[in-house]
Design a protein around this ligand. Structure first.
Ligand code: ADP
Ligand code: MG
Length: 352
């Protein structure tokens, strides 16, 4: 008998709301790294360094030389749904990694977050939040840019803390995230350092895009990230159809590895994991590769932002094309041509 049961509806406080949202935005340390590095990229940084300890569980520190945040704006950066990147009028026209205004308040709700920042011509300042409790802005010392330090991720949500994997596994996921972002932004210098001595130690992606040529910069970056062998065995891809541009590098079938999957896909500069695009890649290699092998490629699909919706999931790694058929068809036909061409060239060389 529930006749005496009268539920009371209450408004949750900000800290609780942010902790709930954090569950979607920050799944593990690598998602925090992704959000913070994307913020640095959005801030126009040309150099970004990431320090982690214990797989990012105890420390993630992202330092950038971007535009900075002014002292009076620091509290806003931590407030929910506050963003400098969109005005909310057109969610189909997004040119930045961020736009939801959720990452910093979410991270501050589940960990201990300190933002130190300086805009040119102003004093440096810092703000702290731990477990959702925001402290007042204080003066700080910093020459320029922004340092965001996240300690003890998920200390405020013990249930989530239990789901963390080993330091090594979390560090590996962070490395993978950094690699994808390094490919997406070949002209930005990116450094990842494991200050606790675990993981891979130190990975440096130097900003070497001085030539200004997109393909040169991308090729150099791919050689560094995926490997020299991939870069030496990759075909340059470039095509355009119905407002969608496809470019990047796809490996010759002879390069492809059995188990190790090297497939990197980007939509409007955003690293994505998308079944439709992966399927198109597989279909393109269908006649060139035995079933137990995976094609290796780094492919960029660029189109008018209004043709693709990135607001599918809080982590923004899923996208939805207005007309998936165009992108799929473009990938399949372009890669098939390139592969057939390369095969043809190889066989005529042998015949000679
Ligand atoms: P979003 O990126 O979706 O706007 P965030 O919570 O990640 O939301 O960040 C909130 C705001 O804080 C951003 O819109 C931006 O103005 C500012 N911000 C965050 N990180 C940086 C940074 N590294 N440099 C400059 N500004 C930043
Ligand atoms: Mg952001």
């Amino acid at each position: 008998n529930i006749s005496g049961f009268r539920p009371v509806i209450r408004q949750l406080d900000d800290a609780a709301i942010n902790r709930i949202a954090a569950g979607e935005v920050v799944e593990r340390p690598a998602s925090a790294v992704k959000e913070l590095v994307e913020n640095a990229i959005d801030a126009g940084a040309s150099r970004i360094s990431v320090d982690i300890a214990d797989g990012g569980k105890t420390l993630i520190r992202v330092t950038d030389d971007g535009c900075g945040i002014s002292p009076e704006q620091l509290p806003l950066a931590l407030s929910r749904h506050a963003t400098s990147k969109i005005d909310g009028s057109d969610l189909l026209d997004i040119h930045t990694f961020g736009f939801r205004g959720e990452a910093l308040p979410s991270l501050g709700a589940v960990g201990r977050l300190t933002i130190t920042s300086r805009v040119p011509g102003d004093e440096a300042a810092m703000i702290r939040v731990a477990g959702g409790r925001v402290e007042p802005v204080k003066p700080a010392a910093l020459r320029s840019g922004t340092v965001v330090e996240l300690r003890d991720l998920f200390f405020a949500t013990p249930a989530r803390l239990k789901f963390m994997r080993t330091d090594r596994a979390e560090a590996q996921a962070i490395t993978d995230t950094i690699k994808r972002l390094a490919m997406a932004e070949p002209s930005i210098g990116l450094t990842l350092r494991d200050v606790s001595g675990g993981g891979e130690g130190r990975i440096v992606f130097r900003a070497d895009a001085e030539s200004g040529d997109l393909f040169d910069a991308l090729h150099a970056r791919l050689a560094r990230v995926i490997g020299r062998e991939f870069a030496e065995n990759a075909l340059r891809i470039e095509a355009e159809r119905e407002g969608i541009r496809l470019y990047g590098y796809a490996a010759l079938p002879t390069y492809s590895r059995g188990a190790a999957v090297s497939q990197y896909l980007f939509v409007n500069g955003r690293p994505v994991r998308d079944k439709m695009l992966t399927g198109a890649l597989r279909a393109a290699y269908f006649d060139f590769l035995s079933r137990d092998r995976h094609p290796a490629a780094a492919l960029f699909v660029d189109c008018d932002p209004t043709l693709v919706d990135v607001n599918v999931h809080p982590a923004k790694s899923e996208v939805r094309f207005r007309d998936p058929g165009i992108a799929r068809g473009l990938i399949i036909s372009t890669l098939r041509h390139a592969l057939a061409d390369a095969g043809h060239r190889a066989s005529t060389t042998v015949a000679n």
